[in-house]
Design a protein. Structure first.
Length: 669
């Protein structure tokens, strides 16, 4: 029955929920597994309409159905977008780690929660729900005993691994907030985030291992904390056998965990207490600490994970994002675990030990849903189909894409080669600020069409609008504008840490009464959404508005081109001209004139003559963030010849890429 590891508190809690662990089941809809039923709602699209028109009833039902509450909420929402005030499920009390662990340990303790796909191919390790709960409780007890209190913020600087997940959940268990910093960030970037979060505790590992290379994470933390007076202790876990120098501030984490009990009383949290901070770049240099809270975030991550990917019990979910990004938070950790799923922790890179790594992993772990980034897909496409087709991918059911627009060529390849033409590809649009997926082709009627490269349909409860330059809502279809959200949803960010004013100015002042995403979008004649890129990436050529992503999409379809980045630059006659940075595929020999002719022909044909590149600069690689986004801001500054204004380069993957771009640009002039 009830495993001994669970506290009497949790036992009482689950007992109070009844056998299914769900309070007030409201019946489920016949047309959609597990979705709540509402009178008169007979299809998935009717349910989507209902979720927007009667959003309080919708969210109340799913909130009751999908989360386990210690005390029920009394107010579904208290939001005012004109003020940037977002509150959901007030009065409710719950514990996120109980929702992600204890309730599944209750029903299926031996179900696999995590499959750690270690950097060393073929050495995966599985952890059951019982084991993950034990690990979490031990670590929760370590933190508590060492003085971490409810409301404190713990910074986690670790690679994607089970102890990192346990660290996140241990914070949630004792009511501390976590601040995961991507383990590729430099000491300076880490220090800035620790200081802003005012963390007293940092959790790290001795060394990281990625792509066969070792990184000295503990050393980086040592350097960072020198300028972080708030830090009192650093917990150090051992990822490798290599010893590291331990100071009086450092604590051997596994040793401490072994001394602790496997039972840890969960803190009783309010719906709106902070669950985590996650720093993300804005248009200005200083990163923003985006704040998410307990109930609304967890519910939204769980619901989107369940329905966008059509995740069913027993499926193996493979999100290959690092836990240092929001995608790792919502779709490696919180969404899958809230749903009692099996989730893969991918520690490696797409090309280690060779470009077949993803598909080798899919075959070995029998992954059913694969969720990755277009930048990786484009990279792998270059290496050819055989790296994919040599592995058995018959377990795959859904393929997901996230992080940037996926160009048609990459989409088609992902669909045709990776998915053998039989898996829906879901291009999912969302942001750190939205907490979870907001626009995606699914859920929809099961065989509804999917248009390549389009995120298409708003998720339940999401009401997108497009705004014109005067701030008016564009009502017609076949139109482009600034993407805003007209209605709040539970997963949206609550504030920016230490800077609510910046939160309001960035997201709520540009279009009063709406949440402004910072992205541009096109709404097709059928009403489907296509993201055209950050609004600062939209350029205006001779009065014609064009998304740089649209031009890139065409350029990337050229058989010689591996990847490209297009920016606007100041042009005497046109206002803005089109500047294309182009990376050629390996072993391609083409004259620049021929390339330029080919690209002009293609762009004229697919978009219009005005969109043709005025300048083409060949490059060996593009400057990218460590999460794979092309840093167009840097390219613009190079082209503007404003090298002093390059801004924050802490997220840059390979600093030498910028130097190469500068030299290439100088050679063109
Ligand atoms: C989840 C994530 C958010 C920004 C967002 C947009 C871009 C994300 C996209 C996409 C086109 C998609 N973006 N998904 N653009 N199509 N499917 O990536 O969060 O790191 O905060 O980035 O990424 O520009 O505004 P985050």
């Amino acid at each position: 029955m009830w495993p001994c590891v669970v506290s009497s508190f949790s036992r009482r809690l689950v007992a109070s929920l009844g056998v299914c662990g769900r309070r007030k089941c409201c019946g489920t809809a016949a047309f959609m597994p597990e979705a709540p039923a509402f009178e008169g709602v007979r299809s998935r699209s009717e349910l989507r309409d209902f979720s927007v028109s009667d959003s309080e009833r919708f969210w109340a039902a799913v909130g009751n159905q999908r989360l386990s509450w210690i005390s029920p909420f009394h107010t579904v929402q208290d939001c005012d977008l004109t003020q940037g005030r977002i509150k959901w499920f007030e009065g409710g009390k719950l514990n996120v780690s109980v929702n992600c662990l204890d309730r599944h340990v209750h029903t299926s303790p031996d179900r696999v929660a995590l499959i750690w796909e270690r950097d060393e191919q073929g050495s995966e390790v599985k952890y059951t729900y019982r084991e993950l709960l034990e690990m979490t409780c031990r670590l929760g007890n370590v933190l508590r005993r060492r003085g971490v209190k409810r409301g404190d913020c713990v910074t986690i600087y670790m690679p994607t691994c089970p102890l990192a997940v346990a660290a996140m959940l241990a914070c949630a268990r004792i009511g501390a907030a976590h601040n995961v910093v991507f383990a590729g960030f430099s000491a300076d970037a880490l220090a800035e985030r620790i200081r802003d979060a005012e963390s007293n505790t940092v959790i790290t590992v001795n060394q990281g291992v990625r792509g066969g290379k070792f990184t000295e994470l503990k050393k980086t933390v040592d350097e960072a904390v020198q300028s972080c007076p708030s830090v009192q202790q650093v917990l150090v876990a051992m990822r490798t056998d290599t010893p590291v120098v331990m100071t009086a501030r450092d604590v051997a984490m596994e040793e401490e965990m072994l001394k602790e009990d496997v039972v840890c009383e969960p803190a009783v949290m309010n719906s709106e207490d902070v669950l985590f901070l996650l720093y993300t770049s804005g248009s200005t240099g200083k990163p923003k600490g985006i704040v998410h809270t307990q109930a609304g975030y967890l519910l939204y991550a769980a619901l989107t994970h369940r329905y966008v990917f059509s995740y069913h019990d027993g499926d193996v979910f493979g999100c290959v994002a690092d836990i240092g990004w929001i995608t790792g938070h919502s779709y490696t950790v919180y969404g899958p675990l809230a749903n009692g799923g099996t989730t893969v922790l991918f520690e490696s890179t797409p090309i280690y030990p060779d470009p077949g790594r993803y598909w080798n992993t899919v075959e070995r772990l029998k992954i059913n849903q694969f969720y990755g980034a277009p930048t990786a897909i484009r990279l792998l496409l270059k290496y050819g189909d055989h790296w994919v087709t040599k592995y058995d991918r018959s377990t795959l059911k859904t393929l997901g894409s996230v992080g940037e627009p996926i160009n048609t060529e990459a989409w088609e390849w992902y669909h045709r080669v990776v998915g053998d033409g039989r898996c829906p590809v879901v291009d999912t649009w969302w942001q750190t600020e939205t907490g979870g997926i907001c626009i995606a082709p699914r859920p929809s009627e099961p065989d509804a069409e999917i248009v390549p490269g389009m995120a298409m349909r708003p998720f339940f409860g999401i009401k997108p609008v497009l705004m014109d330059t005067e701030g008016k809502v564009l009502t017609s279809n076949n139109t482009s504008g600034a993407l805003c959200m007209a209605q709040p949803w539970p997963g949206m960010a609550r504030t920016i840490r230490n800077n609510h004013q910046r939160f309001i100015e960035t997201y709520y002042q540009p279009y009063p009464g709406y949440f402004f995403t910072g992205d541009g979008a096109y709404r097709s004649a059928q009403g489907y959404y296509q993201i055209t890129g950050r609004l600062d990436d939209v350029i205006n050529v001779s009065g014609h508005r064009i998304g740089t992503a649209e031009i890139e999409d065409v350029v990337n379809q050229c058989s010689a081109v591996a990847e490209s980045a297009v920016i606007g630059f100041s042009h005497d006659i046109k206002g803005e001209g089109v500047y294309a940075f182009v990376v050629l595929k390996k072993n391609i020999d083409i004259k620049e004139d021929d390339l330029s002719r080919q690209l002009n022909k293609m762009v004229s044909k697919k978009i219009a003559k005005y969109a043709c590149p005025d300048v083409i600069q060949l490059a060996n690689r593009l400057p990218k963030t460590r999460s794979g986004k092309i840093m167009r801001r840097v390219l613009r500054k190079v082209v503007e010849r404003d090298l002093d204004g390059l801004g924050d380069l802490s997220t840059l993957d390979d600093p030498t890429a910028v130097q190469e771009i500068v030299e290439g640009h100088n050679a063109i002039l």
